[in-house]
Design a protein around this ligand. Structure first.
Ligand code: MRU
Length: 374
């Protein structure tokens, strides 16, 4: 939690402010300009062709950036929503405290609805909202300063957490082997380092040499556009494959490890991640290849006993029909576009968190790690 003593400091001092992230690319997202500032983020819909920074000065712009996948990845949308709360309540910081709190609740509900699957979104909104609720009888302006400090704290912690995930998981990366990943769980999906890709960055830094296969990740190609982009920028050997090539690549002996991210992990370890992850896990089990999920503790949702309760985002048919300038489905034919699927815990070799490795995966081990270290 942010300290109340920091509230009078300018947010610029307190925020994650590295300028460029560890991979030599611009910060994925960052608050700039202190109390009257804005959220600046890399518009990921334009990558890899253009690296363009988008400034969000209103909560509606943050909502649109999340919904439209300009900022995406579970931890990154949590951080974006935290700053969205600040933007959405800034206009009421001179009102009565109760008016401010009502506005905060309404803005939180609005942001939460932008994307339903990643639990980090609701987790971050709840964490920032708790600061206002616990503040007692102080002015709305002082509460608002506390919100910004808390959003800064969430952003800072995300970078540290991701770094630790990498340190925990690096040992699993086979020297001289092949690693397959799906979607993008890298620096672009977090404040820095990523989750699944943090494991690869840490292994690379330790001198392990390995080859990464990035599933292209239909329909929006996060693997081809984003994972390949950031791994290549970091000097890691990466090859993009069609999603449908993963199983045959495993059969040919070129994959020794699979590591992916997560959007929500139920109490028993069932894991929601980008659509297609489940097929990768099934193929990995068939070929006896270890399948790991890398995620911060904020991605666990212990209120859900298993994955059947995880809400799966349905996205527009047009993303399957076309996108990137070419319609590939006959007009009038329907498309089905769930953005995520759920991999049963029985297919998961282990879950790599900032607090340690959970392997084998069980409800008891998850509860112990998430609660004890929390
Ligand atoms: O639809 P996206 O691009 O937001 O989906 C992202 C993923 O599925 C990631 O693997 C997940 O959010 C983990 S990011 C560290």
């Amino acid at each position: 939690m942010a300290q109340w003593g920091m509230m009078n400091q300018s947010s610029e001092d307190a925020s994650v402010s590295r300028g460029r992230n560890a991979r030599g690319l611009p910060d994925t997202l960052k608050w700039a300009g202190g109390r009257d500032g804005c959220l600046r983020l890399v518009d990921q819909t334009l990558l890899p062709g253009r690296v363009e920074i988008r400034s969000c000065t209103t909560v509606e712009e943050v909502w649109e950036a999340i919904r439209g996948l300009r900022v995406r990845g579970a931890p990154a949308i949590g951080v974006a929503a935290s700053y969205g709360l600040c933007l959405g309540t800034r206009g009421t910081r001179h009102e009565a405290t109760e008016v401010f709190r009502q506005k905060l609740r309404a803005v939180g509900e609005y942001l939460c609805a932008a994307r339903p699957t990643a639990v980090n979104l609701g987790w971050a909104i709840a964490r920032v909202t708790r600061v206002a609720e616990a503040a007692g009888d102080i002015s709305a302006e002082r509460i608002w300063d506390g919100l910004l400090a808390e959003a800064d704290a969430i952003a800072r912690e995300d970078a540290d957490t991701c770094r630790r995930i990498g340190e925990v998981g690096a040992i699993l990366v086979p020297d001289g082997g092949g690693v397959l990943t799906h979607c993008n769980a890298g620096a672009l999906a977090t404040v820095a380092y990523g989750t699944a890709l943090s494991v690869l960055y840490a292994a690379h830094e330790q001198g392990r040499r390995f080859r990464v296969f990035a599933d292209e990740t239909r329909p929006l190609l996060q693997g081809a556009r984003l994972t390949a982009f950031e791994l290549d920028a970091a000097g890691i050997d990466v090859t993009v494959i069609c999603d449908s090539a993963a199983a045959s690549l495993m059969a040919s002996g070129q994959v020794q490890l699979v590591v992916v991210g997560a959007d929500r992990i139920a109490a028993n370890g069932d894991t929601a991640n980008k659509i297609g992850t489940y097929s990768v896990a099934v193929a990995a089990r068939q070929h006896e290849i270890p399948f790991y999920v890398a995620a911060p503790r904020s991605t666990f949702d212990l209120s859900l006993a298993d994955g059947t309760g995880i809400p799966i985002e349905q996205r527009p048919e047009e993303e399957v029909r076309g996108g990137f300038g070419l319609d590939v489905v006959p007009p009038g034919v329907r498309c089905y576009n769930p953005a995520f699927d759920v991999t049963p815990s029985a297919l998961i070799t282990g879950i790599i968190t900032e607090a340690g490795l959970i392997s084998p995966v069980s409800t008891e081990r998850i509860a112990r790690l998430v609660n004890d270290a929390g």
